[in-house]
Write a new protein. Sequence first.
Length: 680
Amino acid sequence: MVSKPSRVPNNQRAAAVRSSETGASPPASGLPHLVIEQVTPSVDGGAFPAKRVVGDRVTVRATAFKEGHDLVTGRIRYRPPGDADWLTAPMTYERDFDRLTGELVVDRVGRWTFSVDAWTDRWGSWTSEVEKFLAAGADVAMELLEGARLVDEAVAEASGPDQAGLRRVGKRLRDERLPQADRAAAALDPGVQDLLAMHLPAPDAVRHERLYLIDVDREIAGVAAWYELFPRSQTTDPARPGTFADAARRLPAVAELGFDVVYLPPIHPIGTTHRKGKNNTLRAEPDDPGSPWAIGSAEGGNTAIHPGLGTLDDFHAFLRAARTVGLEVALDYALQCSPDHPWVHDHPNWFFRRPDGSLRYAENPPKRYEDIYPINFWCDDYPDLWTACRDIFLFWIAQGVTVFRVDNPHTKPFAFWDWVLGEVKARHPETIFLAEAFTRPARMHALAKLGFTQSYTYFTWRNSAWELTQYLTELTDPEVVEYFRPNFFTNTPDILHEYLQLGGRPAFRVRLLLAATLSPLYGIYSGFELCENVPVKVGSEEYLHSEKYEIRVRDWNAAGNINDDIRRLNRLRRAHPALRQLANLRFCTTETDQILAYYKWAGDDHLLCVVNLDPHGPRETMIHAPLDALGWDEDEWYEVEDLLTGERYTWRGTRNYVRLDPTREVAHVLRLAVREPGDE
């Protein structure tokens, strides 16, 4: 006996065949009448939230199909954070691709939930069929009566003017005194189609079985320029550590440069046991301030303030000063303890114990951090430990801080981050977390999926055209941009790349421009604007006289600074939507690997960035402009304006000449505009 195909999932088909062979009744279908799949945006099939910022228009897509020639329609079903009721938004159907597409605007911070409903578009299918028959001159008497029956179903669901209007349509469809084309015309009117879309029942409606999530953050989570400074260095006298009051006086200058976030390394008491000296020496002198990351002393731990910086009231005044000039303050959240931290005395079981009974200090071979004890997140008392770590976040949020740079999150359990970020965001969805995760890609991406808002990246180590092209192609992959927001820091207190060490001032200008134009999120560590580039030794990425171990007094207007570059680029980032997005990136062909060109666009804003990656000398090439993306003809004349200098150039066609001398300008940021031949 030959079995008949059964519309059931693969894992049920063998059972279906056996049933047919024994003469039993066919099993109930394992698939719905209509299939919905490939819903986006989604991360790992909906296992994790996608990310957006307030005001974004979210495009929702799904594949939906059924047997036969019927059309399909559907809707987005969504629930904003804090709402009990579901809202809906319409979706349109692309028949050739079996694709439903709709849009919703996420207008508040928090976690949004959505899914997709779909059903047979009975009225759309009917109108499509009738139009084709009429165009072919076929008789449509039966089809018109079928349409009238559909209208009757809608009449039963409608009321008021809608119901009266639908009755008139049904009557006209049945009026055999009129030509068939006239009878159909009443039903094909767009207004009638809207009424049928609202009132015609959908008996085969299918609700997608999975709910999808979108975490919506404040705009600063997706677009921001960060500036890192040590408050203790904001002094004019290296013998006197700077205070919060000194740091507050520095804030107007940081804001004037165009930054959005000022980030402070740990502001807590610093331990004295095994304190590091200048240049990371193991022996500290009495006046050495120690590393801020060696957190904790008799004066307190992660919720205390270093007395040299001031009091909690002084910190509140610093926050007010930042808000006054339009800056948001980010604090460092570092889960590690100096040997003098109160937790070491009160909760010694929260740490790792070595065979000789001593506590284990931190290591990252070949580096050793004798002044820091790592925490054992899986100790027997881990619920209390995790709660204490959560309460650090909650304490500083209560003080008015809602942005945190998280130190080395990849060295703590992923289960911990899943729990603690969820706990904090449930109470304070406006909170932003930057992961300092210089680690392997899978772990960086996992942290982003678990709730980190942004992440440090490998940008500092990507300097050639090939490296940058490959890396940005990875970061702008459509699946990755749903959850991973890269923050392109040009440098950090730990990272002074060889490119900056050897390239001088032009290298700093190149890296600044790349960071500020390739990513909507970027940052610099103070001293970058002064082109500080001396390592502690050849082959090291550590700074000589690292600010981690001593106070640095600087002249912020010293000769050779690149403050003008920073101001100009931050102004451009605010003025040009094309620079406020990540995925709108296309690399353009150049005829030398020393010049990188890339095109960014948003609406009518079209920018072509051209960068000389060689800080040591002039480079020239032919740039292949993206005329196809602009819809311009090969023989068309057009004007480009350099937004960095104000200079204008007339170009024609795809290939155009560029020369960049790093002693003058390391790059062009060109605004593309059509220019007809003969225009002045």
